[in-house]
Each structure stands twice: as C-alpha cells, then as structure tokens.
Ligand binder design. Structure first.
Ligand code: SF4
Ligand code: SF4
Length: 99
C-alpha cells in the first residue's frame, strides 16, 4: 500500500529517532527538509525522512538498527520491508537486516 505523503504521517515517522540516521546526516539534511516542508513535500521524489514514501537517503549509508517495524505508519500501510533509507522500497527482512 502506498504511503500517503501527509504532514500527519511525516510526524509519525521514527527515522529521526533511529541510530542509523546519524547526527551528521540530521544536521546536513535539516535545511533541505525544512524547505521541502514549506514548498513541495507532496510532489518531491526525495525527502530525508519517511523513506517508505520517498526514495532512499542520499546520506545514510550504514545499517545499524531500523525502527520501521515499531512505527505506526508501518502497520497502518501494512509495510513488509525495513531499511527504506538504504534502498528505495526497502530491504526484505532477513537475519542480516533484522532490527
Ligand atoms: S528507514 Fe529504518 S533504518 Fe532508516 S532511518 Fe528510518 S527507521 Fe532508521
Ligand atoms: S516505516 Fe520507517 S520510514 Fe516509514 S514512516 Fe515509519 S520509521 Fe519512517
């Protein structure tokens, strides 16, 4: 099920609380995220949060832990993959990717 790009959904995303989302990436992405929230978060292909509704991150590179399966959006939209920040559409759960 396609995740709706709404403010309500963006607010529920747990990515900002995730250790895979490094402090460096949070700092780097903050200005662009802020501008997109004001301008075109519904149309843009790229946004550095709620990756299940956008393409993968341009900054996050390392699989550390994924909070997706604990997220309300994950259950609301019956998502099945995790690490949406590392791969557009997410990675299948496996012993290697399991959070
Ligand atoms: S998609 Fe998963 S691993 Fe990536 S930042 Fe969000 S919760 Fe963390
Ligand atoms: S499922 Fe993952 S990427 Fe999607 S909103 Fe939740 S924490 Fe963010």
């Amino acid at each position: 099920m396609r995740v709706e790009r709404s403010m309500e959904n963006i607010d529920k995303c747990l990515c900002m609380k995730c250790i895979s989302y490094t402090g460096h990436c949070k700092m780097k992405n903050a200005p662009e995220n802020f501008l997109k929230l004001l301008e075109n978060y519904k149309e843009t292909k790229h946004y550095e949060k709620m990756y299940c509704a956008y393409e993968q991150s341009h900054c996050i590179k390392e699989m550390q832990k994924c909070l997706c399966s604990k997220c309300d959006i994950y259950h609301k939209y019956k998502l099945e993959n995790i690490y949406y920040c590392l791969k557009t559409g997410g990675q299948e759960k496996s012993p290697r990717t399991e959070a």
